[in-house]
Design a protein around this ligand. Structure first.
Ligand code: SF4
Length: 293
C-alpha cells in the first residue's frame, strides 16, 4: 500500500481497508494544527491508487466499506473524483459505504447533482472538521470559512442525501470568546442537523501558531474546568438529534452514544458532576499525553 507521510483516519469508521487518494491538506493554515505542515497537497498518483485497490481486492474481495485518505480527499474536483470512485467500485463490487473526512470548502466546487452522483458511487458519510460555528473564532483560528459557508455547504449535502459529521473543538476560542464559541457553534450545528456531532478538546501542540500566541500572552487557553464548562454550555444549546461523540473522559460516565436528545440531561449532569468534583490534574494529564489531533 502507498501510504505517504501523515495519514489521518477516523477511528469511529472501519479502519480497514483504507485508501489514500490525496496527500497533505489543501488549507494547512489552521492555527492549532501541524499535522500536514511538511506535506504539500497532491493527488496520489492514479497508478498507486489502482495498485492499492488490487492489493485490497486480494485480501478483502468482498469489502463493503472503505475510508478515503488523507486530510481532505474530497478537495479534488468532481471530474477527478468520479473516476476514482468508479475504480473503487470496479475492484470492490460489493462496496456500499465510502467514508471521507474533508473540509467544508471542499463541497463548494460540487453541485448537488454531482454530490448525488458521488452518493450513487458510494460516498455515504463525510466528516467535517468544523471546529466552530462562531465567526470570530473561525477567523481567529484561520479556519478559512465562515458560518454562512457551513450552512450553505451542509444544506447541499443534506439535499444530496449524504450523511455528515460535524466536530466542535472545545477550547479553541480561548477564554475571551468561550461562551460565544459554544453558543454560536450549537446554533449552527442545530441548523445543519448532522448525523454525528464529535467534540474534542484543544491541545496546544509544539510548532502551532496558537501555542506561540499563548506563549506571547496573546491567547488565553482554558483551564480543564473551563473546558468542561464550555462543553456543557455547548451541549445545553445543542438541540439536534444525533450521535454524540466526545473525547472527554469524565469519571463514572460514558458520554458517547446515539440518541443525543434522550441522553442530553444525563450528559449535562455528568459534565456538571465533573466540573464540581472531577480530578482536574487527571484531565490535564490525559490532555498533555496526546500527541496528535
Ligand atoms: S485542521 Fe484539518 S483543515 Fe486545518 S490545517 Fe489541519 S488538516 Fe488542514
Amino acid at each position: 500500500m502507498h501510504f505517504t507521510d501523515t495519514v489521518y483516519r477516523n477511528p469511529y469508521w472501519p479502519t480497514f481497508p483504507l485508501l489514500q487518494i490525496t496527500q497533505g491538506c489543501t488549507h494547512n493554515k489552521c492555527k492549532f494544527c501541524t499535522m500536514y505542515a511538511d506535506v504539500p497537497f497532491r493527488l496520489q498518483p492514479p497508478e498507486w491508487v489502482e495498485e492499492d485497490l488490487k492489493e485490497i481486492r486480494e485480501v478483502a474481495p468482498g469489502a463493503e466499506t472503505i475510508q478515503l485518505l488523507s486530510a481532505n480527499p474530497l478537495a479534488l474536483s468532481f471530474e477527478k473524483l468520479e473516476p476514482i470512485l468508479v475504480m473503487i467500485n470496479k475492484y470492490l463490487p460489493n462496496i456500499k459505504y465510502i467514508y471521507a473526512a474533508t473540509r467544508v470548502t471542499d463541497i463548494c466546487n460540487k453541485s448537488v447533482d454531482e454530490l448525488k452522483r458521488m452518493k450513487e458511487l458510494g460516498i455515504r458519510e463525510i466528516s467535517l472538521g468544523i471546529e466552530s460555528g462562531d465567526d470570530w473564532t473561525l477567523e481567529r483560528i484561520n479556519k478559512g470559512y465562515r458560518s454562512k459557508d457551513i450552512l450553505e455547504q451542509c444544506a447541499k449535502l443534506s439535499e444530496a442525501g449524504i450523511d455528515f459529521w460535524m466536530t466542535f473543538l472545545n477550547g479553541v476560542a480561548g477564554s475571551e470568546h468561550s461562551a460565544d464559541h459554544a453558543i454560536n457553534s450549537a446554533k449552527i450545528f442545530n441548523q445543519c442537523k448532522p448525523m454525528t456531532v464529535g467534540t474534542g478538546g484543544l491541545v496546544l501542540f509544539p510548532g502551532t501558531p496558537l501555542l506561540d500566541e499563548a506563549n506571547r500572552g496573546e491567547f488565553d487557553p482554558l483551564s480543564e474546568k473551563e473546558m468542561l464548562e464550555e462543553l456543557k454550555l455547548f451541549v445545553e444549546n445543542l438541540n439536534c438529534d444525533c450521535n454524540f461523540i466526545t473525547h472527554h473522559t469524565v469519571s463514572g460516565g460514558n458520554l458517547t452514544g446515539p440518541d443525543f436528545l434522550s441522553r442530553k440531561e444525563k450528559i449535562i449532569s455528568a459534565l456538571d458532576r465533573e466540573i464540581r468534583h472531577g480530578d482536574m490534574d487527571r484531565l490535564a494529564y490525559v490532555r498533555s499525553s496526546k500527541r496528535t489531533l
